[in-house]
Design a protein around this ligand. Structure first.
Ligand SMILES: [Fe+2]
Length: 556
């Protein structure tokens, strides 16, 4: 080998130049040795200084109301007397600064509430809430909050449309740990990927210690400006409880008061209808409290039964099917699971297990790449990791886990369309991990399709109702995974060496079109030209798939 192959080897001309450069840098390092700053390393800057409140608003957060097309809540923190806490809002102008809003364009209003939270750092953090009302649907607004003298920056948000409109939202599992170091890059990458997202769902354990002012401060800092412009839909995990619900929760997250009515569940159990999606938030921390579980279960059924939205997303902390250790949440699974299936819930978004798992009930499976049940997802956004178990909590309870991951920080992007809901999990560095596409028709029928890959669009994915059939007899053929309306050619062809290869023993049967859910179902009559005592297969050929059935034995 020559130095051209390894130019960094000592002796090469380039290596010498690099070495000289490095020596110069080292010499520079000596010149600014630690002694230049004094003998002691810098002291840790105290949390009480980092997170202390001031009259300047921070921790600005959008939370949805029951009417997100015409109203919007905003909370923030500031050292401001309640009587001075206020907000201003106007329809988003083309410019501000030198350009003053037209007279009468700005609406000013006082805070609905101001709640001091005594913190562990020796000061009170006061949270203020305003509610903007009489807004126009699907309209971009600009607002700021403050005390009339000390204002936040102007921040834009868009009200929900009054009817269905496509939109995206983001879902996170537990942030909880390393909130000031490893979490921010996840939140920011998710925002970079879906800057127009309309909601962020947090499935509990946002922080590690329920009443830690320092951790809440870190959590808000991680989301920085993002939370001021995208609605937040959070549920508490076990770490938001410490001798009761975190004292921060209700002042920060004034969610709709439309839950079961129990005082303990106020603003932790609620629902929000947003542009054709019903988001349902549950509190699984009470899974061992029979009264509060029964109240939630009855309420859950009522909001599932009477649901005008095409899509339904449920979130809570403790998974129906656990991905790690010997964890098990039988009350959650047994009391809520059947309702999710009965009422066709599309997504169940959970946390707690510090790993990733995605699956469904086993009986719903149609082919290797398609099923038609509720999708259960567990994820983690923070840096604390648990090892995966072998899936026994899924398989032991009638479910299967399709995709898993451990030691990975993830965020999930969900794109809602009229007839599809696309889910993708990505790692902290933005790379793809997992995904699927739900198709649903107006009758509520559904297919859940794996994202297409080179592997799952070839091979044996065609189902037949029998594998022995007489010439001129009938066999029912079905397949999934197409685009709606995709053209599919049906052929019967000799099995054996020619499998998956076109040849002279092919018999053309029909041209079909996939239905709106990407399905094919066809009663195939074996033509007289096929030969008895031979083996055949059904071959379905389309733009997106080249798939075959199990081998058919033809009889006379
Ligand atoms: Fe947890």
């Amino acid at each position: 080998m020559t130095d051209q192959t390894f130019p960094w080897r000592i002796g090469s001309r380039r290596a010498k130049i690099v070495a000289i450069g490095a020596a110069a840098l080292l010499a520079g390092g000596v010149a600014i040795s630690p002694a230049a700053f004094g003998d002691a390393p810098p002291a840790k800057f105290p949390a009480a200084e980092i997170h202390k409140p001031s009259p300047m608003p921070d921790r600005i957060m959008l939370t949805p109301t029951t009417t997100p097309s015409t109203s919007q809540r905003v909370t923030w923190r500031a050292q401001a007397p309640a009587e001075w806490a206020r907000a201003e809002i106007l329809e988003a102008p083309r410019a501000l600064g030198d350009v003053a809003p037209p007279s009468g364009a700005v609406t000013r209003l006082s805070a609905l509430s101001s709640t001091p939270v005594n913190t562990s750092l020796g000061y009170a953090s006061t949270y203020h809430t305003v509610e903007f009302t009489d807004l126009k649907p699907n309209t971009r607004y600009t607002y700021r909050v403050g005390d009339g003298t000390n204002w936040s920056e102007w921040i834009d948000f868009t009200t929900a449309a009054s009817n269905f409109e496509p939109f995206s939202f983001i879902y996170y599992g537990d942030a909880q740990n390393y909130i000031d170091s490893a979490v921010p890059r996840v939140f920011r990458q998710a925002f970079a990927d879906r800057p127009q997202a309309k909601a962020i769902v947090n499935a509990g354990d946002l922080i590690d210690n329920a009443n830690s002012e320092e951790q809440w401060g870190q959590w808000y800092k991680a989301g920085s400006f993002i939370d001021g412009q995208i609605n937040n839909i959070s549920v508490p995990g076990n770490h938001e409880y410490s001798g009761g619900l975190s004292q921060f929760w209700r002042p920060q997250f004034p969610y709709p008061d439309n839950g079961p009515g129990n005082a303990e569940l106020k603003q932790t159990v609620y629902y929000v209808d947003y542009q054709g999606v019903r988001f349902i938030a549950l509190d699984s921390n009470y899974q061992s409290n029979s009264t509060l579980m029964a109240a939630q279960t009855a309420w859950l059924e009522s909001v599932l039964k009477d649901n005008p939205n095409k899509w339904t997303v449920v979130t809570f902390h403790h998974p129906v099917y656990s991905t790690t250790g010997t964890r098990n949440n039988p009350n959650v699974r047994n009391q809520w699971g059947p309702l999710f299936e009965k009422y066709g819930v599309d997504l169940v978004l959970q946390g707690h297990d510090h790993s990733y798992g995605r699956g469904n009930v086993t009986t719903a499976r149609k082919t290797a790449a398609v099923h038609n049940s509720t999708v259960y997802a567990v994820s983690v956004s923070g840096g604390k990791m648990y090892a995966l178990n072998n899936g026994q909590n899924w398989t032991g309870n009638g479910a299967e886990v399709t995709s898993t991951s451990q030691n990975t920080q993830l965020y999930q992007l969900i794109d809602v369309e009229q007839d599809t809901l696309r889910f993708e999990a990505r790692y902290a560095n933005g790379e793809h991990h997992d995904g699927f596409l739900i198709r649903k028709n107006d009758a509520g029928e559904r297919t859940v399709n794996e994202l297409r890959t080179a592997e799952n669009t070839v091979g044996e994915h065609v189902a037949v109702d029998k594998t022995t059939v007489a010439v001129k007899g009938e066999v029912t053929v079905s397949a999934f995974g197409y685009d709606p309306g995709e053209k599919v050619a049906v052929q019967l062809r000799k099995a054996g060496d020619g499998r998956n290869v076109a040849g002279k023993d092919e018999i053309f049967i029909a041209n079909l079109k996939a239905d709106e859910l990407g399905r094919i179902s066809y009663v195939l009559t074996v033509p007289a030209t096929a030969k008895a005592d031979n083996t055949y297969e059904v071959f379905l050929s389309s733009v997106n798939q080249k798939i075959t059935s199990p081998i058919l034995t033809l009889t006379k």
